[in-house]
Design a protein. Sequence first.
Length: 154
Amino acid sequence: MLSFSINQGSLVAEKIYTVLILCTGNSCRSQMAEVLLNHDLAGQVRALSAGTRPQPKVADGAIAALQEAGLNTDGLYPKDIDAVLNEPIDLVVTVCDNAKETCPIFPRPIPAIHLPFHDPHGEPLESFLAVRDDIRARLVATVRETFGLQVAVA
């Protein structure tokens, strides 16, 4: 995917990288990762998330943790990996060990990294907040480094 910007009077095409965050249930960690990447690396990365065995809904704690940080949670829902297999994915990130083991074979070779995060299901909101902050600290930095992206200037 390309975006365009004007640099010293010239129109410049810039690649927007597509990152798939893969987890088992696509109800917590991968959903938070999708929202955080799309927010923190807006205009540079398009994040998608999916699960190998999606749950019926996104975890309430994940929604609350994202909203507590002022992030938009509208439209979040668990998706099966089949829903994104034909997307132009540049990087797959597995965020749980089960997803790493059951990661599907894509129609073309795609680089993949495994970056596990604690599963806060059934724990208090504080656990979801800690996982959200861990994802923001480690995953956003890893994706930025992988693609050589610049830190956005606010």
